[in-house]
Structure formats: structure tokens, C-alpha cells
Design a protein around this ligand. Structure first.
Ligand SMILES: [Zn+2]
Length: 366
């Protein structure tokens, strides 16, 4: 069957791509990769605003996994993760379907900004409303026309502007499937985080789609090392759910599991220098930042309220009262949390190493 038989038309902007009204995976032939522009809304001139999507449908049936990038428009590291996954996809071997939404928040991407046209954080309005404001309708149609087709979701983000992040995963570690996805991603840090309302991850989880968020370093840049690591993690998840052949993989250091995290904020304005780096371990009462007034005099320092690991930090020296300083993760305490943890971590393919809850005895917190 030719793809052009479905309700689609060739894109004038991107030769080889097709414009469609929604993602209809059943209409796509097996063993093919397709570039789509999915109509979502119209701008104030009446021009169509379309989401660029790649779909790889394997020769064999299997699950549907969705990868989403640039939900915040200046968070770019997820885009080459999707590109490279598709460049190396062998459709004769692939079981099931991979959907890569290369840019979720197109207006913000064009503007080099985090937020939507109306300054809405799109990760706070999911699943949107069919008759809501401009951000809510955009969110609603994105969920209805695209996300509902997924059976698994990996949402790719970075730090926000002015901040840098480690490579870390936010996942519900009390859910066996999302805990596995988090470990297979093999990040530097895993942060247990219940899927919250109005985020893409939370909305997808409510729809029964196991989802994790991967925070891939820093905004508005491509970071080769983090991109490579995230791509390997995506492939490991795909192998785990039967989409790709399992193969032995080199293991890096064990991720540090955190039970919670919180930003520490400046309580005055001035020039801020945050001392530790992402992934640094710090102890309660360690000095984490120094602040100077505009004449260069030190006006204060900030200390860690508890032991933890640096998940992310501010790199913007201009800090007004209430500015973010550092995102401090609290390491998961043994015998306290009902988290799924790796029983044995020498092989990241979990087949022979089932997750075990609630003990954390075998988790080597670094
Ligand atoms: Zn984000």
C-alpha cells in the first residue's frame, strides 16, 4: 500500500514528507519510515502550524513507543536523540512502531524560548481543553491527535534557561514499568517523582501509558556525550519491551537514586556564584553559593540544608530575590521507600535481574 492513499498530501516545505490531520499509525505501511507534518492549529494569519514527526514502523508487530522533544522550545538535546535513532533504525528488525515528535512546542522553538506564545508553560496545561485558550487547545490536540497512540513515552527535556542539569530521569519509582525504564536509561541520577497533574508525563500515565522524563543536560545547546547516553538508554528501553534485539551493553556508573529534590532559592538580590557542579555530592551545611553586591562585596553565602546530590544549578550570576540557586536531590533512604530498585546491576537488561521492592539493600548509592 502506498502511504499517499491515506488522507494526506505532500508537504511543499519538506520534500518526501506528508501533511496529515492526525497520526493514524494503522494507515502507515509496515517496514517503512515516514516523515509527517501533523496539522495542529492555525496562526493569526491563518497559516497551518504543524508538528514535525518521524514514524518508523517495523516489519513485525509490536509496541508503540513515543519520543517527544522540545516541549519546552529551547530544550534541544532531545532532537538529535530522535534523529540518530531514526538514522540507525533497521525496520526489518524492528518490532512495533517508533514515533519521534521532533518539536512539540513549535511556537516556542521558533522563538528560542521555553514557553508557548502566551507565556504558558506547556508542561503545566496538559491534557489541555478542546475549547480552552490557545495553549490549552494546542495541548489538547497534541494529546488527542498524537500522544494517545503511544503505549510507552519518553519525554526529552533539559534544564531551563540560566540553569544546567545533570543527565537525570524523573520517574515514578513505585511503578515497576517506569522504574525499569528509568534504570535502563542509565542516567547519572534517577529522581523519584510521582507523575504530576498537567504535565505530559502525568497525562500520559493517566491514559495508561508508562512514561518517564529524561532531563538531558543544558538548554539551547547540543551536548554530544549526553545525547549519546540518552540514545543508548532509549535503545535499551526498546530492547526491554521487545522492539529491538537485546545485546550486551557496557555499563557505566550506577545512577544515584533520589527520593525527592528541591530548589534552594536566593533570599536577596545580587551576583550569585554557585560553587558545586551537577552530580557533586554535598553535605549538610556545606557552602553552596556566594553572593556579592554590585560593588563586588560579599553579602552572604548559602549552605546546603541537608546532605544530597546536585541535580541542577543556576549559572546565571544575575540573581534577584527568589532566584534559583541549586536543585538538591535527597538520596533515597534504605528501608524507607517502596521503590523498585536493581537487585543486581552488572547487566542493565533486566530479564534475569527482576526489580525488587521495597528493599534498597542492593542499591549502591554513591
Ligand atoms: Zn523542560
Amino acid at each position: 500500500m502506498r502511504f499517499a492513499e491515506m488522507s494526506s498530501r505532500p508537504s511543499l516545505d519538506f520534500p518526501g514528507a506528508y501533511v496529515v490531520d492526525e497520526l493514524d499509525l494503522e494507515q502507515l505501511p509496515r517496514g517503512c519510515c515516514q516523515r509527517l507534518m501533523v496539522d495542529l492549529i492555525h496562526d493569526g494569519l491563518g497559516r497551518s502550524l504543524r508538528l514535525p514527526i518521524m514514524v518508523g514502523r517495523g516489519k513485525h508487530p509490536g509496541p508503540v513507543i513515543g519520543l517527544t522533544a522540545a516541549l519546552h522550545g529551547n530544550e534541544l538535546n532531545g532532537i538529535p536523540v530522535i534523529h540518530r535513532l531514526f538514522e540507525t533504525l533497521d525496520l526489518k528488525v524492528l518490532r512495533g512502531t517508533v514515533v519521534g515528535v521532533i518539536v512539540v512546542n513549535v511556537p516556542a522553538y521558533i522563538n528560542n524560548e521555553r514557553t508557548f506564545d502566551d507565556r504558558t508553560d506547556m508542561n503545566h496545561v496538559m491534557p489541555g481543553k478542546p475549547d480552552g485558550n490557545i495553549a490549552e487547545i494546542y495541548a489538547y490536540r497534541f494529546i488527542e491527535r498524537i500522544v494517545r497512540r503511544f503505549e510507552y513515552l519518553i519525554d526529552l527535556h533539559t534544564a531551563s534557561f540560566g540553569n544546567i542539569n545533570s543527565l537525570y530521569v524523573r520517574a515514578d519509582m513505585t511503578n515497576e514499568i517506569t522504574a525499569k525504564m528509568a534504570y535502563l536509561q542509565r542516567p547519572q541520577i534517577i529522581l523519584h517523582n510521582s507523575p504530576s497533574d498537567r504535565t505530559l508525563r502525568g497525562t500520559a500515565m493517566e491514559l495508561g501509558i508508562p512514561s518517564i522524563t529524561v532531563e538531558i543536560g543544558d538548554p539551547q545547546v547540543f551536548q554530544a556525550r549526553h545525547i549519546r547516553a540518552s540514545l543508548s538508554g532509549v535503545r535499551r528501553v526498546m530492547a526491554e519491551i521487545g522492539m529491538l534485539p537485546r545485546r550486551p551493553v557496557k555499563t557505566g556508573p550506577q545512577p544515584v537514586l533520589c527520593e525527592s529534590s528541591g530548589w534552594i532559592y536566593a533570599d536577596r538580590g545580587g551576583l550569585l556564584e554557585v560553587l558545586p557542579k551537577p552530580t557533586d555530592l554535598i553535605q549538610a551545611n556545606d557552602v553552596i553559593a556566594q553572593q556579592r553586591n554590585i560593588f563586588g562585596e560579599v553579602i552572604g553565602e548559602y549552605r546546603a540544608p541537608h546532605d544530597g546530590i546536585v541535580i541542577g544549578k543556576s549559572v546565571n550570576p544575575v540573581a534577584q530575590t527568589g532566584a534559583r540557586i541549586l536543585n538538591l536531590g535527597a538520596m533515597a533512604s534504605p528501608h524507607k521507600n517502596p521503590f523498585y530498585v536493581r537487585l543486581e546491576d552488572s547487566n542493565p537488561q533486566l530479564e534475569n535481574h527482576p526489580l525488587q521492592a521495597p528493599t534498597l539493600e542492593n542499591l549502591a548509592v554513591q
